[in-house]
Unconditional design. Structure first.
Length: 306
């Protein structure tokens, strides 16, 4: 199933216009109107999904997220829901000029590399790195326990190594802490306490806070820098980072899955009418989030609101 996301400036206006064009895409929540749908959107990961929508002979789902919420997640990993999906290869279908969003997209990729470095050993393969990155958004996801395919990360990475390389090559080349030993096909990262402290200080703000709450004893007030310095010297530094990420993902995945029960709808026999003005609700970014990028390269643009 292809997964689309629309980042919009005004969610209420977007849903109002989409209800006029594609009312049957929505669950019973359509009877409550665009303001209540937008209110529901704000819970959990801040994204509202219409699922099981037939389009051009295949099923798609599409989510709507405000531009500000997306930027916040990309910079700070507040929920790591959409940010996690954007750490994998995606197809950007349309994008308006928004320098803050552009910076946030790059920041998210750099943060993914940094977090992966902290959880990997001193020497690792390129595939190991991409497996670690692709697994970030599944850490702590309760769906991986109750039914999701546990080989999902491997299935995403192995067929798409060239796409991951294209996405991360510049960041890796510009990173002073990593050395690529071509003759061995291995990368080496600085695992000294000083190196790990620099990496911890570069992590998104919300993850730093999660880590400090795990390490800092109750009632003891210490600043973040002091706590992260302690973690940098801990042999279990990578495990602590993993636990912090798991805490972020766990809470957002539970709430988002609960929302799916309310927003999901079976849409058999619907003839979706994409376009005719819905895009005018200031859509900054239209993405196909299916991890297998080759599928998004087919003629799927007609499924995007443009």
């Amino acid at each position: 199933m292809l997964d689309f996301v629309f980042a919009v400036d005004d969610s209420v206006t977007w849903h109002m216009m989409n209800l006029l064009k594609n009312r049957n895409h929505y669950s019973f929540l359509k009877f409550f109107g665009p303001k209540q749908i937008t209110s529901m959107q704000s819970y959990g990961a801040g994204i509202y999904y219409n699922t099981l929508v037939p389009c051009n002979g295949r099923m798609i789902k599409y989510g709507v997220i405000s531009t500000d919420t997306l930027i916040d997640d990309l910079f700070h990993w507040k929920t790591l829901y959409v940010a996690g999906r954007l750490q994998k290869p995606v197809k950007i279908l349309t994008q308006n000029e928004n320098s803050k969003l552009q910076a946030a997209l790059v920041s998210n990729l750099k943060s993914a590399v940094t977090a992966a470095f902290l959880m990997l050993p001193e020497s690792f393969s390129e595939e190991d790195l991409y497996m670690q990155i692709a697994g970030l958004s599944y850490s702590g996801d309760f769906r991986m326990i109750i039914g999701e395919d546990r080989s999902k990360v491997q299935n995403i990475v192995k067929p798409n190594i060239p796409h991951f390389q294209k996405l991360y090559s510049t960041i890796l080349q510009d990173c002073p802490q990593v050395v690529y030993k071509h003759h061995l096909g291995r990368l080496e990262i600085d695992k000294s306490p000083e190196g790990q402290f620099a990496q911890l200080m570069a992590l998104p703000k919300n993850l730093q806070q999660k880590i400090t709450s795990l390490v800092n004893p109750p009632g003891k007030n210490r600043d973040v820098e002091e706590i992260l310095l302690q973690v940098a010297h801990d042999p279990d530094c990578g495990f602590v980072v993993h636990q912090g990420i798991s805490g972020i993902v766990r809470s957002s995945s539970i709430v988002q899955s609960a929302k799916t029960i309310l927003t999901a709808v079976w849409c058999w026999g619907i003839n979706p009418r994409w376009g005719d003005g819905t895009h005018s609700a200031h859509s900054w970014l239209t993405l196909s989030l299916h991890p297998w990028v080759r599928l998004a390269k087919q003629k799927t643009e007609s499924a995007a609101i443009s």
